[in-house]
Design a protein around this ligand. Structure first.
Ligand code: ADP
Ligand code: ZN
Ligand code: ZN
Length: 669
């Protein structure tokens, strides 16, 4: 036989490579193959084309080592989707495809591989507690019907206040889709699964007869492979997962839901910097299926699309539980008072809440004991030697920890600069608040929930369980306690340092603060208890607080969208960020200046290329970082421009010590 050839996609920054099929071997598109790569290396790749001739020189073309026929081939849909993602984020295809496969399937098989595959195919038996099916109210039913009525693609924004029963709508939609499509599958994306064990339990409890699997970074490689294969082979019907789950391969995907679509964790911050939310909409579009984005505080991008009619807007305007209403919001003005952790009226409110036997939630978005320690004599402050940032004092561990890079240091006994023995902790973090509460309310049971106190999924589950069980009176925590929890006995929420976010220079800081405040406020009064929210602030007249008090997302969004339109910022423009790093800031900026020259030459008036600047956290893990912002009015123009730019940057030879990255739709600008 003259031999047949295959094009193989590998996790290397190259287009698919040609290989020859061994004598007597067959392959089809989407199958995994083991191929040689260079003199010593063998890799697992994916066949993306089978052909009878190759343009590569016969003498140089290498034979594939083996075709793996043990798993259903990856489908066209998945290959097209991953290719789109790679193009859109200006990365190579292999990074969006091969690299997203579970380790087990992209590792060259060794002895006893077949047995391991069989073990991975076996799903553990689970016994979920059946959850009752709740009757939907009129608004929820209207939302359900809007989603399931039509055929084909549509993106719906399920815009509902906290506790309005969005999750309940998801569950009914899923139920209906699974009923209609006997082999159909559903993807439910969630921000951080460790933080919402309740949701996973609710889904399992509702679909006890179906296979529900999860995918998130807390799983072991084999657990992930198990979920991945069950979805790929059509054995699992529901996949609940974090952003990585958007790259799963489905046998028959029929619906995608993105819970809390505004959440920042949908955007990957390294490697392929994709937005799972944006990819979800695209994937639903290409599959001709429905996509549901749910939020009480949608991202402005999504909101603008709902207003323009590109997405369908479905509203849930009140809380689902009969007796529950939205909490009352109060601003506590501390601008003219001497600094105190708790204002007196907050203390009184906590006293009263505890006296009624209800729970209090204290939110402070900073972990550790104090954000910095300083010398009372010379003003020395604790800093990380690897990053441009202060180190946070962790009292229990007696360490100074850098929250950027994780480096930790001994707490000096005296000032390293002047020798003064008096060094003090300044500012407050969760640990200091916890300590303060223990002093003020010695009888109360206090639980701190942050990344230091709760490191594993089991620890998180146990912590939230003790809150639900009523074994805790006061919960102190970060963002971790703001998300999605249905705390039925919390009636008072106290917010301590919201102001810190207000001075953040990022374009999206205000949008994120609003979402956080409404979300954390939404933990109060979810059941029968009346909820009260107290926000301590030095800037009570800041416009954001009027909208927060009114809990009026639409008015807030209107104001921000007008400002964005004025500034021609997203969603009215499309951005990309070129970031670069090296050992020396001058080298980094030198590279960016060279990049700017090339970018300007490609820009032709319809693309704005800004000046290179150091990044906000300029030094991170000893790397000096800079960035260059690119902005255009049209998305297709940006894509073409970025492709050309990437090619031009690859040809810059004077800066081998500088590494760079193009980020599409950056969030932190
Ligand atoms: P969201 O996801 O919008 O925050 P959930 O779906 O978690 O809201 O619902 C909040 C609470 O209201 C839950 O305790 C839920 O069981 C309850 N709930 C939801 N829908 C209804 C309904 N139609 N009737 C009664 N209770 C409901
Ligand atoms: Zn000193
Ligand atoms: Zn550091």
């Amino acid at each position: 036989m003259s031999g047949r050839y295959i094009e193989v996609l590998l996790d290397v920054p190259l287009p698919p490579l040609d290989y020859a099929l061994p004598e007597g071997e067959t392959a089809c598109t989407g199958e995994r193959v083991v191929v040689p790569l260079g003199p010593r290396r063998r890799d697992v790749g994916i066949v993306v084309a089978v052909k009878d001739a190759s343009d590569v020189d016969k003498a140089r073309i290498k034979p594939a080592a083996a075709v793996l026929h043990d798993v259903v081939p990856l489908r066209r849909e998945w290959l097209d989707f991953t290719r789109f993602a790679a193009d859109y984020y200006i990365r190579c295809w292999g990074e969006a495809s091969v690299a997203t496969l579970p380790l087990f399937l992209r590792t060259v098989p060794r002895a006893r591989y077949a047995g391991s595959l069989e073990r991975i195919r076996r799903l553990p038996a689970r016994t979920a507690k059946a959850a009752p099916r709740i009757e939907l109210n009129d608004e929820q039913r209207a939302a359900l019907e809007a989603v399931v009525q039509g055929e084909g693609y549509a993106t719906h924004l399920l815009f509902g206040v906290t506790g309005s029963g969005k999750t309940e709508v998801y569950l009914h939609v899923i139920e209906e889709i699974l009923r209609r499509h006997p082999q159909g599958q559903v993807l439910l994306l969630v921000p951080e699964i460790n933080l919402t064990p309740q949701l996973e339990a609710r889904v399992r409890g509702r679909f006890v007869d179906e296979t529900v699997v999860t995918m998130h970074s807390g799983l072991t490689p084999n657990e992930r492979a198990r979920s991945w294969l069950a979805v790929h082979e059509g054995r699992a019907r529901v996949l609940v997962g974090t952003r990585m789950a958007i790259f799963a391969s489905f046998a028959e995907l029929r619906l995608i839901i993105v819970d809390e679509e505004h959440d920042q964790s949908y955007k990957a911050s390294e490697g392929l910097r994709f937005s799972a939310r944006d990819l979800a909409v695209k994937r639903a579009h290409d599959n001709g299926i429905a996509c549901v984005l749910g939020s009480a505080t949608p991202s402005l991008e999504t909101w603008a699309k709902a207003l323009s009619g590109a997405y369908r807007l479905l509203r849930l305007t009140h809380r689902a539980v009969q007796a529950a209403s939205l909490p009352a919001m109060e601003l506590i003005d501390i601008s003219r008072r001497k600094p105190r952790v708790f204002a007196p009226e907050i203390k009184t409110a906590i006293d009263e809440t505890l006296a009624r036997g209800e729970q209090v939630l204290v939110f402070i978005n900073r972990r550790g004991y104090a954000p910095v320690i300083t010398c009372t004599s010379c003003g020395w402050v604790s800093r990380c030697v690897h990053c441009s940032g202060f180190t946070v004092y962790h009292k229990a561990a007696q360490r100074l920890v850098c929250h950027h890079c994780g480096a930790s240091y001994d707490v000096p006994a005296r000032c390293p600069s002047c020798g003064n023995p008096e060094i003090v902790a300044v500012g407050t973090g969760t640990q200091r608040i916890e300590e303060g509460i223990e002093t003020l309310w010695p009888g109360a049971r206090v639980l701190r929930i942050d990344r230091d106190s709760v490191r594993t999924k089991n620890a998180a589950e146990a912590a939230f369980e003790s809150v639900h069980a009523g074994a805790v009176d006061i919960i102190v925590g970060t963002q971790m306690i703001a998300k999605g929890h249905d705390f039925k006995r919390v009636s008072l929420v106290v917010v301590l340092n919201a102001d810190a976010q207000l001075v953040n220079p990022s374009v999206r800081a205000e949008e994120h603060l609003f979402a956080t405040l409404l979300q954390v406020a939404g933990r109060a009064g979810r059941d029968r208890l009346a909820g009260r929210v107290m926000i301590q602030t030095r800037f009570p007249s800041h416009p954001i607080y009027a909208d927060v008090r009114a809990q009026d997302y639409e008015r807030f969004a209107q104001r921000l969208l007008e400002a964005r339109r004025e500034a021609m910022a997203p969603p009215y423009s499309f951005q990309a960020l070129l970031t670069a790093q090296s050992a020396a800031l001058e080298r980094t900026l030198g590279f960016l200046r060279a990049a700017r020259t090339r970018a300007a030459a490609l820009a032709a008036g319809d693309v704005a290329v800004y000046d290179p600047v150091p990044m906000l956290v300029m030094r991170l893990k000893d790397a000096e970082r800079g960035q260059l912002l690119i902005e255009t009015m049209r998305r297709p123009r940006r894509q073409a421009f970025l492709k050309d730019l990437a090619a031009a940057l690859a040809s810059i030879k004077d800066y081998p010590d500088v590494s760079w990255n193009i980020e599409v739709d950056p969030q932190d600008v």
